[in-house]
Ligand binder design. Sequence first.
Ligand code: FES
Ligand code: FES
Length: 156
Amino acid sequence: MSVRFEVNGRPCEVAPDDRRTLVEHLREGLKLKATRFGCGQEQCGSCVALVDGQPRHSCQLEVGHLQGRSVATAESLADSVEGRALLAEFERLQAAQCGFCASGILMRALAFLRGAPDGSREAIAQALEPHLCRCGAHPRILAAVQAAWLATREGR
Ligand code: FES
Ligand code: FES
């Protein structure tokens, strides 16, 4: 029997013994290139996608274990109010310097916007802790997530 799941609302089917990781399937199987492969060891956060709304490291998740799950990647950001707010604020504040870490950060930020009652800088910094940014853009990234959090609360 096949393993069936969704990626950005689109049905996917793989064999139960498929040992490929989710990031491999996204990038090579589905040609969705937003999700990045960095360390491969759950250390950098560049591969984060949402699985049933929760941030997961797609570099360590085998597709054969995704039966019935719903996966969301950065390609789907424009499909939601929160995702559009993040895209707008990241652009307005020129928050991301590289395209490598950004999609993982954006997906974790999306889960944060949907779930967190506290949009303080401290809460955002803590939520983004699993993500490495080595270029000095972190203060702008925090500001952009905070602005997006506010925008969604104010219905902008
Ligand atoms: S590639 Fe998955 S955490 Fe670095
Ligand atoms: S914005 Fe990607 S490493 Fe800093």
